[in-house]
Design a protein around this ligand. Structure first.
Ligand code: PTT
Ligand code: SF4
Length: 616
């Protein structure tokens, strides 16, 4: 697999920017890094392991912010207009990342780098401009304090429409722990506080504009494959349907199968679901937008309750809609727009507000917060972004923090794993999806293993080994190959674009003839490294309790809909978790064994891991 010497595709150079010293340096990186970690999440995880030591405060200048792409980024093929943003997370305390659509990645490559590492802290609000080998750290005084939409507009006005930008809103500036990175007016990524880390560095934005073309192994073959790929996607039977609603297609399905989070995941069905459905959105739609190099544009905008255009995705509508009892899609869109403006993660935001509403209902708060109260919720979103009011500062810290503060049984209804709030799928009757949330490497995100539709097909009541196999299979594809190549997974998952296209693109770009199994091996290596990073941070206290889904799904059965009475079974879940560990080559605590680390070429991390715990 690693034999070829003349590999192309990668630029093999990273850009390091130190905001404290105001220095920027281009550094060559090794062929081994490219071959063993490929790009995106792989580059980020390896860099953070090497450069951000145990115990580093995520909000200190010693933490690093990374934006990384892969060997296909910026090339003419479907859906590779994405960028991975990563850092040690201030929300979870472990590795965190996200993947957002942006021209930044391709412009970074055109400037001559595969990834950028930002370290230190600027004295004053700043932004970074990368123009090929010229890197400037500029004053962001005019941008600080304004929202992401306006800031992006100002940067484009100044540096031209063709620039690629990554930026934060006021949430990131004010160190809300789940602030995201924004781009292209509608894109958002880095749920576990990647925008917060930018804010902690006084970094409002990164802007890139390059003029070079990445060199690849076989340009002619690549061009043909690119054209064929776009055509294949457009001709897929599911393509036209996808174009009508994008991710909102799943909303009605979730309601039908009782997985639509409602009232802080108390229920899986919502009595006003129709008012928030994909069909309702379709009637109100004013425009569509999306990422670069994509023919499946999935950001659907409607006019919100204040007459402004706002984008809706399923997760946003689930968490800022039914999960907090909202009944009007235009009002949900307004909350979504505010989250985009402030740069707050909609999933964590909707969870944190839902948690506060439930706490209020239970009489645990002095404040009165009612389900579905739009005006109060809107006010709360601003209070969180600016850390003001009686609840804003606590809710800005996330659900786990607030549950700890409230004490009693509050942690039982805090819908989070490892500190990251749960995405929009209720798991009272979905043990496989609960496992996927439990073991997801960055906390309760659906990005790595979304097995809910599979589980409903095969029978949701069972706790069997095949579901564990499916979780791992999907982690390799979604959390692995797509995060390392840094391509959007939707062509594959949503319209059936065959996975076998990717080794072909990879071969034409790099000259390397890899099979899908080679990508799975890289994925497993990165999984073990990210898990080991978390273990290293735990000071030897890592155990299987870290992989537990929220207690609510075990303790409090659904009380409405066809699955009334359903809840998760603890013994069944533990059985699946043990299978998962065995199949991954991890011990009963969920820690990679020495043998597995050696087999995966990660023997070099063993000494550091053994400083915190005894490996088996
Ligand atoms: C992703 C998470 C998601 S996942 C959604 S909706 W989804 C939420 N979107 C937000 C938003 O919008 N505004 C906001 N302020 N916060 C938001 N938080 C939530 O963030 C996104 C798409 C989507 S839409 C999904 S599933 C897929 N995610 C991919 C992924 O993770 N990897 C990959 N290789 N391909 C993917 N394709 C799809 O991209 P995080 P985007 Mg996002 C307005 O990053 O941290 O994982 O959060 O990037 O460009 O907006 O595309 O129903
Ligand atoms: Fe972006 Fe959607 Fe296209 Fe994926 S399908 S690249 S998320 S616009």
């Amino acid at each position: 697999m690693f034999g070829e010497l003349n590999m192309k595709g990668w630029i093999r150079q990273l850009l390091r920017i130190n905001l404290t010293t105001k220095e920027a340096t281009a550094e060559a990186y090794s062929k081994d890094l490219a071959l063993q970690f490929v790009g995106g999440r792989g580059f980020a995880a390896k860099t953070l392991w090497d450069e951000v030591p145990r115990g580093t405060d995520p909000l200190s200048p010693s933490n690093k912010f990374i934006a990384a792409v892969g060997p296909l980024s910026g090339l003419s093929m479907p859906n590779v207009g994405k960028t991975v943003v990563a850092s040690k997370s201030p929300l979870t305390g472990i590795y965190g990342d996200g993947n957002l659509g942006s021209h930044f990645g391709s412009q970074l490559r055109r400037s001559g780098y595969d990834f950028v590492v930002v370290e230190g802290k600027a004295k004053e609000p700043s932004y970074v401009l990368i123009e090929d080998s010229d890197v400037s750290i500029l004053d962001a005084g005019q941008l600080w304090g304004i929202g992401a939409f306006e800031a992006e507009q100002k940067l484009e006005d100044k540096h031209g429409k063709s620039v690629g930008t990554l930026m934060i809103g006021q949430g990131g500036e004010n160190l809300v722990k789940y602030a995201v990175v924004r781009s292209m007016m509608g894109r958002a990524g880095g749920r576990p506080g990647m925008g917060t880390v930018m804010g902690s560095k006084n970094l409002k934005a990164l802007v890139a504009k390059g003029s070079k073309t990445p060199e690849i192994a076989d340009l002619q073959a690549f061009r043909q494959l690119g054209r064929d790929g776009f055509k294949d996607i457009r001709e897929k039977p599911g393509y036209d349907n996808w174009m009508t609603q994008g991710t909102m297609l799943v909303h009605s399905w979730c309601q039908e199968f009782s997985v639509l989070p409602s009232y802080n995941f108390k229920e899986g069905q919502f009595e006003h679901a129709d008012a928030l459905s994909g069909e309702t959105m379709e009637q109100l739609k004013v425009k569509t937008r999306g990422c670069p190099s994509c023919t499946m544009q999935c950001g659907h905008c409607i006019q919100d309750s204040e007459g402004q255009s706002a984008e809706l995705d399923y997760e946003n509508v689930a968490l800022l809609g039914s999960n907090i009892g909202m009944r009007d899609l235009r009002e949900v869109a307004t909350l979504n727009r505010l989250a985009d403006e402030y740069g707050l993660d909609t999933i964590s935001l909707g969870n944190t507000i839902g948690f506060a509403m439930e706490a209020s209902e239970k009489g645990m708060l002095d404040e009165k917060l009612d389900w579905g109260d739009f005006q109060a919720t809107k006010q709360l979103v601003s209070d969180i972004a600016f850390r003001r009011g009686s609840l804003g500062p606590d809710l800005a810290e996330g659900t786990r923090h607030f549950a700890r503060k409230l004490g009693k049984d509050a942690m039982d209804f805090a819908m989070q794993v490892k500190g990251l709030e749960v995405s929009g799928y209720d798991c009272h009757a979905a043990p496989g999806m609960a496992l996927a949330f439990g073991v997801c490497s960055i906390g309760a995100h659906h990005k790595e293993s979304w097995i809910i539709t599979y589980e409903v097909d095969v029978g949701r009541e069972t706790y069997d080994e095949s579901k564990v196999d499916k979780v791992i299979e999907l982690q390799r594809i979604r959390g692995g190959m797509f995060e390392q190549l840094v391509g959007c997974r939707f062509p594959w998952i949503e319209v059936g674009f065959d996975l076998e296209w990717y080794p072909k693109y990879f071969a034409a770009a790099t000259g390397l003839k890899w099979t899908l199994d080679d990508f799975w091996n890289v994925a497993d290596r990165v999984y073990a490294l990210v898990r080991s990073y978390a273990v290293r941070e735990s000071n030897g206290e890592w155990d299987r309790s870290m992989d537990q889904p929220p207690a609510k799904w075990f303790k409090e059965p659904l009380s409405c809909g066809p699955l009334t009475g359903s809840k998760l079974d603890k013994d069944g879940f533990e059985k699946m978790l043990s299978w998962y560990y065995q199949k991954r080559g991890w011990d009963e605590r969920g820690i990679p064994t020495k043998k597995r680390l050696v087999d995966q070429g990660l023997d070099w991390i063993i000494p550091e891991l053994e400083e915190v715990t005894k490996l088996q």
